[in-house]
Design a protein around this ligand. Structure first.
Ligand code: COA
Length: 215
């Protein structure tokens, strides 16, 4: 899809932190999670997730429509002394999907985490129902090769994250039961050019170093 088409289907939303004082917005945020019972099966669970996201150091950004109703949310959790942030959860109201809100929420979290010192954003996206070629296989065998050659069989959110600039950086085999992995993805939010890093693959780089040492 080109940019013009993307703009035409985009929905105007305002993204800001969820206000812990607003019971209405906290309830709407929990209801949003509840729309996905496979992930958050009960209201108490959804409420607990929202409360956790509102604890110190964490971030909970919500997308509000023109009526100031919560139509999407993204959470962020710092790790590695704040250098790495985990994006979790991400959800857009069913009726409002496909209008660019998910992409905007991801961008907003990246900006917020980066302003707090993050260099890397990571996330996990589960494959519970054989949507990708990473399911129902032995992921301890040829792990890198399987990741490099992933095939999407059914619509899966890893494709959404690819479109947001994320790369598959690993897998957690059997994370959700045998053959049901979590697909780990990451993105750099470093502002400066990555001058110290080499694009050469590890093998070639090491061989070069060995050759120099031998001389
Ligand atoms: C995944 C989710 C957040 C996407 O939100 P959204 O607002 O519909 O996404 P956007 O409109 O910003 O989509 C951006 C692009 O990703 C694509 N996309 C969106 N959801 C996708 C999915 N589940 N699978 C594959 N591609 C997807 C869109 O088609 C769009 O592509 P385009 O730019 O080529 O048109 C939303 O579908 C959702 O809430 N799903 C349920 C919860 C969930 O699965 N969260 C992620 C768990 S890790």
């Amino acid at each position: 899809m080109n940019n013009a088409m993307r703009m035409s289907k985009a929905m105007k939303v305002h993204i800001r932190q969820l206000d812990r004082q607003s019971r209405k917005h906290r309830r709407q945020a929990a209801e949003l999670l509840l729309e996905n019972p496979e992930l958050w099966p009960a209201m108490e669970i959804a409420r607990a997730v929202i409360n956790t996201l509102l604890s110190p150091n964490r971030v909970c950004l919500c997308a509000f429509d023109e009526k100031d109703t919560v139509v999407g949310l993204v959470g962020g959790l710092p790790d590695y002394d704040g250098i790495v942030w985990e994006l979790h959860p991400l959800v857009v109201k069913k009726a409002n999907r496909g209008h660019g809100i998910g992409r905007k929420l991801v961008k907003a979290l990246e900006k917020e985490a980066s302003s707090r010192g993050a260099l890397t954003i990571i996330l996990g996206t589960d494959d519970l129902n054989g949507s990708t070629s990473l399911s129902n296989v032995d992921l301890y065998d040829n792990t890198g090769g399987r990741i490099a050659n992933i095939v999407c069989r059914k619509r899966h959110s890893y494709e959404f994250y690819l479109k947001c600039g994320y790369t598959i950086i690993g897998v957690i085999p059997d994370a959700n039961g045998i053959g049901k992995p979590d697909i780990l993805m990451g993105k750099s939010v470093i502002k400066k050019p990555r001058t110290q890093l080499t694009a050469l693959d590890g093998g070639k780089f090491e061989k070069g170093r060995e050759a120099k040492k031998g001389r």
